[in-house]
Design a protein around this ligand. Structure first.
Ligand code: PMP
Length: 435
């Protein structure tokens, strides 16, 4: 398939060539390089509401939303105002600050699954710290994770399953020692018998089970509530901690994230993305008893020069205040549901092999017509369709994350008209991809 450029992309192409002289692959995070879609990555100049503009002046309705943080869209006036006010008083002190208290209070007052929090600066850092905490609390070393869940670039989680059923990980990145990888066990999602067998055999050395309760990094693999309840019960039974990695789902499918959505109480929750209102913030939280293991209260060391940075706290506080507006989450979910079902209806009518799993304001263009709940059900061959759809959408002013394994996000700034426009263009792109 030829991917003809009908929009100007030369400025982005030139900037990308320049960037290759500075950064490996021209980027500061790999998926940004557009390796699995066509053309050079777009260099984005600015955004407002649901829209953003690249350096060539092309306008897009943005469904990537910075990979999830921008639940209120780009440059929200209230968040901007709070950030500006804070910047004017200085940007970092390395001391406790009132804005950190305010964000901590807002979260803990409205999130019954948590008693204490610690702010960090990214989702990866939140996960890395949560694992150390789990190991510190239990005195055990191994971790159980699930195939198809991503938890950031933490060494012990950059592992892939070997062959066999419950497998000890082998490293999936150069630079991760096999010695580290072998402390991670990997099993498929939603295999209850294998979960029980693995825990029965290894629980004496497993510190924690870590799961994305709404797996959203390898497609959107929506699980049944009963599976999350099963994880909770098995973790209790076998005396291991349960970590919900809510870097995507936290404050996204509801203020209380997946824990609240499914009403399942994990032992530790990790956050990123929405919690920082577009700034680099992560956090991990748990009961007071568990969090009291963290320094300086307890023996588990964890620190950060820019942790709870006041400007980032101001942005997070403003963003989460807006999330608490009555009806906020219901509206985003309804908009997303309407968009997803309209796309699905068109695909069904034309006989195209595509459906749109969605939950809250997260959606995924999934190929095939069967529900997908495990990563091994995704057929990599179908990603050629995504490449075509992605290209067509860029030509018509719709921006999706540049990989068919990535989910999309609807923000509060997406209007019904935006969504109608997007549905029409996605349907037209499907016509090109599937004909
Ligand atoms: N956990 C999950 C569930 C994530 O989706 C991500 C990022 N996509 C991370 C952890 C890592 O977060 P960050 O990119 O902020 O380090």
């Amino acid at each position: 398939m030829q991917y003809e450029q009908r929009i100007p992309r030369q400025t982005s192409a030139d900037l990308f060539e320049e960037a290759k002289g500075y950064f490996p692959g021209g980027v500061n995070s790999p998926v940004r390089a557009f390796r699995s879609v066509s053309g050079p990555p777009l260099f984005i100049r600015e955004g407002k509401g649901s829209r953003m503009w690249d350096e060539d002046g092309n306008e897009f309705i943005d469904f990537c939303c910075s990979w999830g943080p921008l639940i209120h869209g780009h440059a929200h006036p209230y968040i901007q105002e709070k950030v500006m006010e804070t910047v004017a008083r200085g940007t970092s002190f390395g001391t406790p600050n009132r804005l950190g208290n305010q964000l901590g209070k807002l979260i803990l007052d409205n999130h019954p699954y948590l008693e204490r929090l610690r702010f960090v600066s990214s989702g990866t850092e939140a996960v890395m710290s949560a694992l150390r905490l789990a190991r510190g609390v239990t005195g055990k070393n191994k971790i159980l994770k699930f195939d198809g869940c991503y938890h950031g670039h933490v060494d012990s989680l950059l592992v892939k399953a070997g062959s066999g059923l419950a497998t000890f990980g082998t490293s999936s990145s150069a630079g991760v020692p096999e010695n580290v990888a072998k402390d991670t066990l990997i099993i498929p999602l939603n295999d209850r018998d294998l979960l029980e067998a693995t825990l029965a055999q290894h629980a004496h050395e497993i510190a924690c089970i870590i799961v994305e309760p709404i797996p959203a990094n390898n497609g959107l693999l929506i699980q049944d509530r009963s599976w999350l309840e099963c994880l909770r019960i098995k973790a209790w039974k076998h005396n291991v901690l349960l970590i919900f990695d809510e870097v995507i789902s936290g404050f996204r499918v509801g203020f209380t994230g997946a824990a609240g959505y499914y009403d399942v109480q994990p032992d530790i929750i990790t956050f990123g993305k929405v919690i920082g209102g577009g700034f680099p913030v992560g956090a991990y939280g748990a009961s007071k008893a568990i969090m009291d293991h963290i320094a300086p209260e307890g023996p588990v060391y964890q620190a950060g020069t820019l942790s709870a940075n006041p400007v980032a706290m101001a942005a997070g506080l403003a963003a989460l205040e807006l999330c608490l507006t009555p009806g906020f989450y219901e509206l985003q979910a309804e908009k997303t549901h309407a968009m997803a079902t309209a796309i699905e209806a068109y695909a069904r009518q034309r006989g195209y092999p595509l459906h749109v799993p969605h939950i809250g304001s997260i959606f995924w263009l999934a190929f095939g017509t069967e529900r997908i709940t495990r990563s091994d059900q995704i057929d990599a061959a179908n990603m050629q369709y995504f490449k075509t759809i992605h290209h067509e959408l860029l030509q018509t002013g719709i921006y999706l994350g540049p990989s068919g394994y990535e989910v999309g996000f609807v923000s509060a700034a997406h209007t019904v008209a935006d969504l109608q426009e997007a549905v029409g263009k996605i349907c037209a792109a499907m016509d090109v991809a599937f004909w």
